[in-house]
Design a protein around this ligand. Structure first.
Ligand code: ADP
Ligand code: MG
Length: 354
């Protein structure tokens, strides 16, 4: 893009929450800025659907501040479908706005980043995909959408051809080395050390899941600061574990409660049981299990496919790009759901303990 070329395709990143999509988008934004040159500065714009009440808001994010000088969107004249709009004092049609965006991007390529993209409204999303396609044919413009696994399905319903054309990136867990680095490097920068062998149980306990790595990192950091330590030992690991465990149980319990509210807990337990013995399974098998474990009347209102999508939307399971198999969404949520179910069974029928 810094050379004035259009990227070959837009990017869609998706993965369960806590995997690091927002962090990665921020990194991309900074890299894009750095890649610009004096002659060809790269413009970046970051937004989330909740900041976009109307297409005027979307155009505000797309256009440069130069363009917006002296112009005000006429909010009343906007319709979402085609991101059409009128800007007062210029009376601009949708096509004119697109043409203006093309000239803007020829002057300065635009990287447009939309986080939480699964929350977009269909018309708003369709409008954005159309703008992206048209502009990208003429000038350097890159659209990056990031969201939860539900984004893949949502985009298919809005713009199937867009999904086919785009580069899909699954944002999944880190490897063991990256996990260790994520904890050790920031501590080292502040003169705090930890042995590999001391850290090993932490790396394992985090399940290489960025959100849990962050919980561990924060707890260890706080202890090092409190005790003014240059070196962390197994003692601090044990102390930090209590904190991490508390936060993690809260996190799991909230997700379990959501499934309970949706009356999907029995199906969740059945799915969790399957994943005890395997890391991946097929869509058809999951659908069978869901169908067998739904409340009596629920197939009257929603199909098994819709229930499957609900599980994906709530990140219980997901289907990474480049794979036809499903895996667990948030790590160990399944184990938590199963453990709670076992406790529950033991409480209601203590005889089963005998
Ligand atoms: N590559 C990484 N290594 C270590 N920690 C990370 C990494 N990416 C993200 N994190 C941490 O994980 C947490 C979740 O990241 P975030 O970007 O908010 O996830 P998402 O947007 O996918 O929900 C944050 O606390 C972040 O600091
Ligand atoms: Mg995020």
């Amino acid at each position: 893009m810094a050379d004035g070329d259009s990227p070959a395709a837009d990017i869609v990143m998706y993965g369960p929450r806590g995997m690091g999509k927002t962090v990665l988008l921020n990194w991309l934004k900074n890299e894009a800025k750095k890649s610009g040159t004096v002659d060809n500065p790269i413009r970046t714009s970051w937004t989330t659907p909740d900041q976009l009440a109307s297409p005027a808001d979307m155009w505000s994010c797309l256009m440069s501040s130069d363009w917006k000088k002296n112009l005000k969107p006429d909010e009343t004249k906007f319709g979402f479908g085609a991101l059409s709009g009128t800007w007062t004092r210029k009376g601009v049609s949708n096509q004119a706005l697109i043409n203006d965006l093309i000239s803007e991007c020829k002057k300065s390529p635009l990287v447009f980043l939309m986080d939480e993209a699964h929350q977009m409204e269909s018309g708003q999303c369709r409008g954005l995909l159309n703008v992206s396609q048209t502009v990208q044919n003429e000038a350097p413009f890159l659209l990056v959408l990031a969201g939860t696994p539900g984004l893949a399905h949502f985009l298919k319903t809005v713009g199937a051809s867009f999904v086919e054309r785009s580069t899909k990136m699954g944002i999944a867990r880190l490897d063991a080395q990256a996990t260790a680095d994520a904890i050790v490097k920031p501590l080292n920068e502040h003169g705090i050390n930890i042995d590999d062998s001391t850290l090993a149980p932490v790396v394992e306990d985090s399940q290489h899941y960025p959100y849990f790595i962050q919980l561990w990192g924060a707890a260890l950091w706080d202890l090092a600061k409190q005790k003014d330590l240059q070196k962390l030992t197994s003692q601090e690991i044990a102390e930090a574990e209590t904190k991490v465990e508390n936060r993690r149980s809260n996190f799991y319990e909230q997700r379990r409660a959501t499934l309970d509210d949706l009356e999907l807990l029995p199906a969740a337990v059945a799915i969790a049981a399957v994943f005890q013995d395997t890391e991946t399974t097929t869509r058809d098998y999951l659908k069978e299990i869901i169908a067998d474990n739904l409340p009596d009347d629920s197939l009257a209102t929603q199909s098994v496919n819709e229930h499957l999508q609900t599980f994906i939307r709530h990140e219980f399971i997901w289907n990474p790009p480049d794979s036809i198999l499903f895996e667990a969404g948030i790590p160990s949520l399944m184990k938590y759901v199963l453990d709670r179910q076992r406790e529950h069974v033991q409480k209601v029928s203590p005889a089963s303990l005998a």
